[in-house]
Design a protein around this ligand. Structure first.
Ligand SMILES: [Zn+2]
Length: 243
């Protein structure tokens, strides 16, 4: 696991236990709160994050955010059983329905405990912590329940899995909605963009992702450098062909 400072008020914890990609958990410290964006694969993954919080301040409230329902972003929720965990309302529903199945299919990646722990607060469109400068907003794309976070203090956009290098993974074939969510990102004029599996993204990555999605929906031919990219691209094509 690597810890990397991404802004004056935020660090990324990057984990490599899953082959093919690294996965990030973000810790943002504001005037009276800590925001933990995603919880990776279980209680053991969360230990260094709790250590970091305790080193910095024991008195600030901890707010946990689930960017979407995928297992590699939620299994550490159990470490925050007594805290507020926020997600989109669809995310809570999907987690309720699919927690056990996701465990069954990906059990080998559990770190420590991964007992079912659902978000206890949900929203539909937006949720703003005005005093903290933190805005959560609905951004369907990678999945139908995806949300993003914008930190107005540092102008950092936390895009969940909607942006990913070298290639995005499309699970929801509503491509127009995905493109709208990406275009909406541009309105925030982010100074820095990070995501669930990528750090150091730029505005141009939003544009190139929009181009990829347009090509995908038109059946355009793409060439890729690696087998991994080709594999994900074929999965994306299959997703597009599903009703
Ligand atoms: Zn995902």
């Amino acid at each position: 696991m690597n810890i990397c400072k991404i802004a004056a008020n935020a660090v990324a914890f990057s984990y490599n236990n899953i082959e093919d990609f690294t996965t990030n958990v973000f810790l943002i410290e504001t005037s009276s709160k800590f925001f933990v964006m995603d919880t990776y694969c279980g209680s053991d993954a969360i230990k260094p994050i709790l250590e970091e919080i305790n080193l910095s301040s024991k008195n600030k409230e901890i707010i946990v955010i689930n960017s979407h329902f995928h297992w590699d972003h939620v299994w550490g929720n159990i470490s925050f059983a007594k805290k507020d965990i926020i997600s989109h309302e669809i995310c809570r529903k999907l987690l309720h329905e699919q927690w056990e199945n996701q465990i069954k299919n990906n059990r080998r990646y559990i770190l420590g405990r991964a007992n079912k722990q659902l978000p206890n607060i949900t929203f539909k469109e937006k949720m703003i912590f005005y005093d903290e400068g933190i805005e959560l907003f609905y951004s369907p794309g990678h999945t139908i329940d995806s949300i993003s976070l914008f930190d107005h203090n540092e102008r950092v956009l936390y895009a969940g899995d909607n942006l990913e290098k070298p290639i995005i993974y499309v699970e929801n074939n509503d491509i127009n909605t995905y493109i709208k969510s990406l275009e909406n990102y541009l309105n925030y004029k982010p100074k820095k963009i990070v995501a669930g599996h990528s750090l150091d993204l730029k505005e141009e990555d939003i544009f190139s992702t929009i181009e990829y999605l347009k090509g995908l929906s038109e059946g355009r031919e793409f060439t890729f450098k690696t087998d991994y990219e080709r594999k994900i691209h074929y999965q994306n094509i299959n997703m597009m062909n599903k009703k």
